[in-house]
Design a protein around this ligand. Structure first.
Ligand code: CMP
Length: 256
């Protein structure tokens, strides 16, 4: 199974694209500005979007995706997310003011957008993978995703601060080989990391002590905020060098 990293930054500018990961050809994890890297044909093949949460950097391109591919598709796009995420989309995005309500276009019975509730602990099949929603702790209700290809498991944390339930769920995955985990802020922004429920390098390395079997896991750092991305990564490597740890790269394809 292939996971293509279309965007993995915590912000924009100078080529940075926000979170969007393409699993195979038909499944998208988050719909940040990285989606703009795809061709029209690639966009039209997306059948399912799994959202970690409703923050703008993770949904920015979802409304335009549906409009862009509308005339090229006969089947709806299904968006999976926790009930709070889907409620936020209904209330604040697909409300006819920010964007048309594509759940009712071309008709309420056959909308081109389907919203499908997916809560922590549930598993669904898509793209030949088992996709399991995991609990995380952010400022809004949010999920991580475990992607099981049959050969190995990759976990994508989305946005999170430290969360005992997340580590419990991760440690229960016997085939875990890759952990993509966020570190948004450098250590000098620790107060902002705490209030916005993200990791700083110091907090991440402390939290990683809860990872069972770290020797079998490649750890990839995502969601660096652009202002301090180099510094943040240096701090991660300085204190976490004993882990198999590297920076997730936009444009990278991960096989698992
Ligand atoms: N008090 C705050 N609470 C939450 N987010 C904040 C706050 N102040 C600034 N932010 C920023 O707002 C961003 C919203 O998206 P993120 O969670 O990725 O990261 C957050 C921070 O960069």
């Amino acid at each position: 199974m292939q996971l293509r990293i279309l965007g993995c930054s915590g912000g924009i500018g100078a080529g940075n694209r926000t979170t969007a990961l393409l699993l195979g050809r038909h499944v998208l994890i988050d719909a940040g500005t990285g989606l703009g890297e795809l061709t029209m044909d690639e966009l039209a093949q997306i059948d399912h979007v799994f959202l970690t949460h409703a923050h703008m950097d993770h949904i920015a391109c979802l409304p335009m995706l549906i409009d862009t591919v509308f005339s090229k598709r006969t089947q709806p796009i299904t968006v999976h997310g926790c009930s709070a995420t889907l409620a936020a989309l209904r209330e604040h995005v697909f409300n006819w003011r920010i964007w048309p309500d594509f759940t009712a276009i071309p008709s309420p019975e056959a909308g081109m957008l389907r919203l499908c509730t997916f809560e922590a602990g549930e598993t669904r099949s898509a793209a030949g993978c088992g996709i399991t929603a995991l609990p995380v702790r952010h400022t809004v209700p949010a999920l991580a995703y475990a992607l099981d290809s049959g050969h190995s498991t990759l976990v994508f944390s989305g946005d999170t601060a430290d969360c005992a339930e997340f580590w419990g769920a991760v440690n229960a995955l016997p085939q875990l080989a890759t952990l993509i985990i966020e570190t948004a802020f450098a250590d000098h922004e620790q107060a902002l990391a705490e209030v916005s429920r993200h990791f700083s390098p110091r907090q991440l390395i402390a939290a990683l002590s809860q990872l069972a079997r770290p020797e079998q896991v490649q750890i990839l750092i995502t969601h660096l905020k652009p202002a301090d991305q180099e510094l943040t990564m240096r701090e991660v490597l300085a204190s976490g060098g004993h882990y198999r740890i590297a920076r997730l790269a936009q444009g990278q394809t991960i096989e698992f």
